[in-house]
Structures are given as structure tokens and as C-alpha cells.
Design a protein around this ligand. Sequence first.
Ligand SMILES: Nc1ncnc2c1ncn2[C@@H]1O[C@H](COP(=O)(O)OP(=O)(O)OP(=O)(O)O)[C@@H](O)[C@H]1O
Ligand SMILES: [Mg+2]
Length: 234
Amino acid sequence: MLEVSGLTTRYGAISALRDVSLSVGAGEVIGLIGPNGAGKTTLLGSIAGLLAPAEGTVSFDGKTVTGLSPERMLRAGLALVPEHRRIFTDMTVEENLKIGGVTLRASERTGLLNEMMELFPVLSDKRDTPAGFLSGGEAQQLAIARALMSKPRLLMMDEPSLGLAPILVDLVFDLIGRLREAGTTVLVVEQNATRMLDAADRAYVLRSGEVVASGTGADLLARSDLFDTFVGGH
Ligand SMILES: Nc1ncnc2c1ncn2[C@@H]1O[C@H](COP(=O)(O)OP(=O)(O)OP(=O)(O)O)[C@@H](O)[C@H]1O
Ligand SMILES: [Mg+2]
């Protein structure tokens, strides 16, 4: 479904990504792990159209989409929940969700809104609350729900459990499990490497802008040379 090939992205003279290739098949949950500064956010941004890669290609459903705008990526079915949940703080929870579903027909949007209220009860309780009043964990749930409102065929999430209380971290992994069961295709960056390896079908390990390993959780956990990445380096 998603094919990234030979991607290099630079910030001025710094190459934050070097010749990165990865693939995500329909219905797969893929983890992306690696230490701080490895290039994980840069990779999601380069796929989602927020950053322009210097070299390489991104193809989605067999079509080359390298360098398209984030809006066109979203319309193509590719949604990103960014690292710092960018929700509209002056708008209510419900208004934020409706914006997520802006490309849908009104009836479909209402149906999906109700689904999100069931999936995230805390959002249902606060549907008329301005999003700026939500706690960190509630805001993260809103950011994920808003991305799901676009009915993405590929959902990308950048550190969805970052800064959340343990019970909300459980909720995020529970949600990833449910998305997987529902056949949603997911690419997720996680600090919590061992849990991510458990939740994902496969994972890629990024270090200093390069893919240094990939495989199933069992494959990667057996690699003692990657131990530092899993325990120490987030
Ligand atoms: N806007 C920017 N301008 C210049 N350099 C940047 C910029 N954003 C990131 N970098 C650099 O690119 C590299 C990769 O950063 P990136 O944010 O992609 O890493 P990351 O794996 O997401 O890290 P973290 O786990 O801390 O979120 C780092 O060396 C970082 O300093
Ligand atoms: Mg990051």
C-alpha cells in the first residue's frame, strides 16, 4: 500500500534521513522505533507531505505521491497524527472532530462522529468543551479521533503515548490493537519500543537517519545488538 524508496531528507546541510526504504502492506500495523534524533518524525513528515524529500520516492496504492501537499495526501487517504497534537484549542471537541471529517458527506460524517464518541467515551462527555481545556491525555485521544474522522486508509501516528499516564498508554496500545483487528493500516512511531514490537506486525529500527534493522517483533527482540535501542534509547 505504501512504498518508500531511497528517501533522503535534509535540513540545510544536515541529512536527517539517508536512503530510507520501507513498505507497509494493506492491513499491517508497522512500528517505527529508534533513539531521539533518529529521524522518525522527519520520516513521517516526508511521507505526509510536510517536508520535501531531496531524493527518493513515496508511492501510495501504486501512485507516486512524493512531495504532494498534506491536503492532497489526506484526500488520498493518508492521515497523520503529529508529534505535538495540533488540535484547535478554541473549538469544541465536536467541532474539532467535524473538521477531521470535512471531506465526507454530512450523513457519513455524523455516523462516524457517533462511532468516535463510542470509541472514546471521554470525548463524548466533553463534546461541547473547548479543546484547549482538555488534559494532555484527552487531547491526544481527540487528535487520534480527528485523524480517524477522515476515514484514512493509512493512519500514521507520531508518539501517540508520549507524556501520557500509564493507564492512557494502555488505552493507546489497546486502540492500536483494535485498529489492527479492524484491518486499518497503521504506521506508528513509538518510544515504548518493546510494547510497540508486541503490538505491531513488523517494525523498522531507525538510527542516525538510516534503517538499521527491520522484521517482526520476535526477530528484532532476538537481536542483542539492538538492545540499547529498546531499553535505553527510547
Ligand atoms: N526543523 C529542523 N531543522 C534542522 N534540523 C532538524 C529539524 N528538525 C529535526 N532536525 C534534526 O533532524 C534529525 C532528526 O530529527 P527527528 O525529529 O526526525 O528525530 P526523531 O527520531 O523524531 O526524534 P525524537 O525521538 O526526539 O522525536 C535530528 O538530528 C534533528 O536535530
Ligand atoms: Mg520525533
